[in-house]
Structure formats: C-alpha cells, structure tokens
Design a binder for this molecule. Sequence first.
Ligand code: GRF
Length: 185
Amino acid sequence: MKRIAILASGSGSNAEKIMEHFQNSTKAQIALVASNKADAFVLQRAEKFKVPTFTFTKKEMDAGVLLEKLQKEQINWVVLAGFLLKIPEELIRAFPDHMVNIHPALLPKYGGKGMYGHHVHEAVKAAGEKETGITIHLVNENYDEGKIIFQASTPLSPEDSPEDIAQKVHALEHRHFPEVIESLL
Ligand code: GRF
C-alpha cells in the first residue's frame, strides 16, 4: 500500500477528488493532507474523509518541519494540488520522481513564476488562445519544468471569461488527476 500526501493551500477540490478516488483503494491511501494555510477549506474536506491533516508555516517548511513529518508518516508520493509555496530543494530531493504537480494550463505555455490560479486564466484570455488545458508533471528543482506525464486540452470560445476558463480547466483536472496519479504508483 502506497502512502500519498497531498499538499494544498486553498479550496482543495482536486484534493477531494483524489481522496474520493482512493477511498477504497487497495493500491494507495491518502495518508495526509498538509497545508500552509490553517484556514484552508481543503482541511475541512480532509476531515470529511477522515484523512489526518497537518498545517505548517513557510518558515517551518523551510526549516525542514514538513519533510520531517512526511518521513515520519512514511509517505511514498507527494501530490501538489493547488499548493502555492515554493518547495525547498531538500524536500524535492527527498522524493525523486515521486512528487507530482498539476498546472492549470498547457505547459510550457503559461508556466513559471507568478503563473498560478487566476493569473494563468487571465493570461490565457488576454492572449486570445483558442484552447487551454492541464499539465500533470513531476516536480524538479525548476518548478514547472519537470517531466510532463499527462496533458489534456479544452477548446475556448472568445466569449469565455477567465472564470469560465477556470471552470473548464477544473473539470479537466477533476476528471484526470486521480487516474493519472494512480497510473504513476
Ligand atoms: C487548480 O486549478 C490547480 O491546477 C492549481 O490550483 C488550483 C487548485 O484548485 N495549481 P483546488 O484547490 O483543487 O480547487
């Protein structure tokens, strides 16, 4: 049984889909949901699934507190699902090819510093893109540049607002992220 930790900073709708997917799995269990925001809604979602939670500050993460917790919990895979802090290199190195992130666009487009959440969808809108999508990739020291595991796209119409784009992207994320994680285990 593989032990997965989810790191998330916000609402956690992806985290919820992943917890749902692995609820009765014999392959893996979501052993921890960890957040840098003590009031993140993802923590309530975790409680609903009886998944243990852990909160930490950026300072604590940078000092190794999160890595220590993941090791203590014998975590095999780390899933970033809307996690907004830059991961310390030491933590990335502790999970070589075992840390996966979802990015709400078709990398290498709309990746890198400052490209998260609504910023991504606003940039996609401003550029008049005819499609956008999701990218699921391994995490290495250069953030959005790790090996791409999976991409899926969705067409956009000129009338789509950034909120509409976000909604289309979320639908793709919810449909694919849990299964792609399972395929990696
Ligand atoms: C997702 O769009 C994900 O791609 C991005 O942050 C968002 C998190 O959404 N990295 P949620 O918290 O899972 O609803």
